[in-house]
Design a protein around this ligand. Structure first.
Ligand SMILES: Nc1nc2c(ncn2[C@@H]2O[C@H](COP(=O)(O)OP(=O)(O)O)[C@@H](O)[C@H]2O)c(=O)[nH]1
Ligand SMILES: [Mg+2]
Length: 316
């Protein structure tokens, strides 16, 4: 299976090996990906795309695992993308292993994929967008993206989702602010996980006061993120979390916000692909990299401003 057209057709038939292949091409930014993606693009747009984000260790993988159970009970097909920025401690691989070990390893209606950054200059977000489209084209009803809520790159990844759940845990103490402000703003649902631990009420109260402030001047029909307590370990609260997702989905559809989000996403993605292509064109060769490193030295030596270095690199 090396022919992009064939791979695309197999993906549209729901073939997991073809999907895995095409995601790898997208991750490698391999030219074969583009033809296949071209072909599947018109067949996408029906999956519900859900993001689960939060600090490492908050229980995202455990929660996603339980969410998958819940969707399978309703006979929805599911794709999971666990974003693991190439380090062993984030747990992305753990999720994939956990699901692989479970009874779902034989369930053809669940597709799990870990993705890590391979140090590509464009970052990870473009490949994640492609992977979401591939799972959508496979016919998955729900696509769940698990990612750590840290850093701008992660915010970009989470933007691929229609609905974003932020997983918080008791014991963050007074500084719920340790969760990046940017992430707080894009949360559509708050899951306070590990509700079996002390301090859960305090965390809920902090989130509530955060929301009170944030929504002081909001329109009446604005979506106000619900706060759901969960114990991912044993599945408590997962049904409520699914209901919160559904509520938000309904809100998106009835208010037209879904289209708005998709428009923003398309804009954002086009711009980030332009950046990726420019970067690739300028730095994609050994010579380009060498020239780039020379400019880095010049900037560090205060001979050039970063802006003029960028200008000169783009001139060539
Ligand atoms: N006490 C408690 N521990 C949990 C709960 N959910 C997950 N954990 C544990 O928290 C640890 C991190 O979970 P994991 O799902 O890998 O977190 P992730 O890094 O956010 O994906 C694991 O040891 C889980 O067993 C919960 O509801 N309560
Ligand atoms: Mg994890």
């Amino acid at each position: 299976m090396d022919d992009p057209g064939q791979v695309a057709d197999a993906v549209l038939d729901g073939n997991p090996r073809a999907a895995a292949r095409l995601i790898s091409w997208a991750e490698d930014r391999d030219d074969r990906a583009w033809r296949a993606l071209e072909r599947i693009h018109p067949e996408t747009g029906s999956a519900e795309i859900q993001g689960v984000t939060g600090p490492p260790g908050s229980g995202k993988s455990t929660l996603v695992d339980k969410l998958v159970d819940s969707y399978r009970e309703d006979e929805a097909t599911v794709g999971v993308i666990a974003v693991d920025p190439s380090s062993p401690f984030t747990g992305g691989a753990v999720l994939a292993d956990r699901i692989r070990m479970s009874r779902r390893s034989t369930d053809p209606d669940v597709f799990v994929r870990s993705m890590g950054s391979r140090g590509k200059l464009g970052g990870l977000a473009p490949a994640i967008h492609d992977a979401v489209r591939i799972l959508d084209a496979m016919g998955k009803d729900v696509v769940v993206i698990e990612t750590m809520g840290v850093g701008q790159g992660e915010v970009d990844i989470v933007r691929t989702a229609d609905t974003v759940a932020l997983v918080a845990v008791p014991g963050l103490g007074d500084d719920i602010q340790t969760i990046k402000a940017g992430i707080m703003e894009i949360a559509d649902v708050f899951a306070v996980n590990k509700a079996d631990l002390d301090g859960v009420q305090q965390t809920v109260a902090e989130l509530e006061s955060h929301l009170r402030l944030a929504f002081e001047d909001a329109d009446d029909d604005a979506w106000r993120p619900p706060i759901v307590e969960t114990i991912a370990k044993n599945g408590d609260g997962v049904d409520e979390l699914v209901a919160a997702y559904e509520g938000h989905r309904e809100h998106l559809e009835t208010t037209g916000e879904l289209d708005e989000r998709r428009r923003e996403r398309a804009e954002h993605e086009i711009v980030s692909l332009m950046k990726e292509r420019v970067t690739e064109r300028v730095l994609g060769s050994e010579e380009g990299t060498r020239r780039f490193e020379g400019f880095v030295e010049d900037v560090m030596g205060r001979k050039l401003t970063p802006r003029s270095a960028a200008g000169e690199l783009l001139e060539r």
